[in-house]
Ligand binder design. Structure first.
Ligand SMILES: Cc1ncc(COP(=O)(O)O)c(C=O)c1O
Length: 432
């Protein structure tokens, strides 16, 4: 038996479901990827097989695995004793750097995960406005706390009952949600006409990467900004996945729309557990100790993660960083689409910056969750299985169309190698 399968069997005796995180089982493989080591854009599994990694820790390792600058920063933090629950000069340095980099940030707070960041941010919005309702968009993903666990499609309606994505979610929370399709200006206006004065916040993925890569249409995002401002609703951009993906200021810089509050996650930690929520100073001052809204935690802003983040954000601000990201992205996305075309496979790749989606079997535009759901999941699983067989790792998150991505350690030569391998994988797909 392979070491990978042996390990999965052993893990299942003590880890629930054999994994530490439910979506870590890659459905195309039937087990998780057991990595032995990782370096740059490559991972090696326990059986010694190497893969070009197009998952990149679900987007957390944007610099690549084992990045030297991050490694040095982490070693420095460890050498100083890594005492947590205290502040250091690095905390303020990182906060200042983020405020200088991301348009809406005047004040920030650090937490450990994207889930915590959206949870605290939405609580803050409720504390500030004294309102309870939230506007959210079908399929947009905001983590695992109860209030946001309602992504399921509710065709043509935005009233409760909505379908929770898990059993055990506190009953009745959907009464506080107004949920509409992404990119639907008519529904957006209706939602504000009927509920505008009850909404504490409107939260969205400003680039909807969780369904691959769906861009907000200009009229939609402009209307969202205007209607939130006019109704006293706080606009929250959840940039856990989009932060630093296409430019240092994230989706808000790319779209030139400044929200009131935002969250950052994944890549902000340079591969270490750190997330951020922040925004206008007058809003953030509602947090204790000045204000009356609570946000605290023993491991918040762990010094190792802060040091890693500082190294990562400094790297993202280097002048050559994004030209390289876009050169790699262009080569990879065009190359993939060319492969699908040449082999007569109905697949399309859409990407912006370092993250992308691949959709099989969808004709026409993809503007929202319902459109993305029309993808041919069976073909996606076959593609991912064939790609992994050829040494290119894509993750399958289960269910809807999913997101993939590359890291800055990937060179144009690595892209060409990946495309050569994927040529064989798509050829196999085409042959049935
Ligand atoms: C947009 C968005 N928000 C929140 C989260 C939750 O982040 P985490 O998995 O770090 O809790 C994710 C994770 O994929 C995400 O993509």
């Amino acid at each position: 038996m392979s070491r990978v399968l042996d390990q999965y069997k052993r893990a299942s005796k003590s880890l629930a479901g054999g994994v530490s995180s439910s979506t870590r089982v890659n459905q195309a493989l039937g087990h998780p990827l057991y990595f032995d080591r990782a370096e740059g854009c490559r991972v090696w599994d326990l059986d010694g097989r190497s893969y070009i990694d197009l998952c990149c820790s679900h987007g957390a390792t944007l610099l690549g695995h084992g990045n030297e600058r991050v490694r040095r920063a982490v070693a420095g933090a460890m050498a100083r004793g890594a005492a947590c629950s205290y502040e250091s000069e690095l905390h303020a340095e990182l906060a200042a750097l983020l405020c200088d980099t991301v348009p809406c940030l005047e004040r920030v707070r650090f937490t450990g995960s994207g889930t915590e960041a959206t949870m605290h941010c939405l609580r803050l919005a409720r504390a500030i406005t004294g309102r309870t309702k939230l506007l959210r968009f079908e399929g947009n993903f905001h983590g695992y706390h109860d209030q946001v666990m309602y992504a399921a499609r509710q065709l043509g309606r935005f009233a409760p009952p909505l379908v929770p994505q898990s059993t055990g979610v506190t009953p009745g929370l959907d009464a506080h949600l107004v949920q509409i399709p992404y990119n639907d200006v008519e529904m957006l206006n209706r939602a504000f006409d009927e509920h505008g004065n009850e909404l504490a916040a409107a939260i969205c993925e400003p680039i909807y990467y969780n369904a691959g890569c769906i861009l907000p249409e200009l009229e939609f995002i402009n209307t969202l900004r205007k209607r939130t401002r006019d109704s006293g609703t706080l606009l929250v951009f959840d940039e856990v996945l989009s932060a630093f993906r296409m430019c240092a200021g994230g989706a808000q810089q790319h779209l030139q729309i400044t929200p009131d509050l935002c969250t950052l996650g994944k890549s902000v930690g340079g591969g270490f557990p750190l997330s951020v929520f922040g925004g206008r100073a007058d809003l953030m001052e509602h947090l204790m100790p000045q204000g009356d809204c609570q946000h605290s935690g023993t491991y918040n802003a762990h010094p190792v993660a802060i040091a890693a983040s500082l190294a990562a954000v400094q790297s993202y601000r280097e002048p050559e960083f994004y030209p390289h990201i876009h050169a790699v992205g262009d080569r990879l996305y065009e190359g993939l689409n060319d492969l699908f075309h040449r082999h007569g496979v109905a697949g399309q790749t859409r990407g912006l910056g370092a993250r992308f989606g691949i959709y099989f079997g969808i004709e026409g535009d993809i503007r929202n969750y319902a459109d993305a759901q029309r993808h041919n999941r069976q073909q996606m699983l076959q593609f991912i299985g064939a790609a992994i067989n050829e040494g290119v790792y894509f993750h399958d998150y289960g269910g809807a169309a999913c997101h993939h991505g590359f890291c800055a350690a990937m060179t144009l030569e690595d892209v060409d190698e990946a495309l050569t391998r994927l040529d064989r994988a798509v050829g196999r797909l085409a042959a049935g």
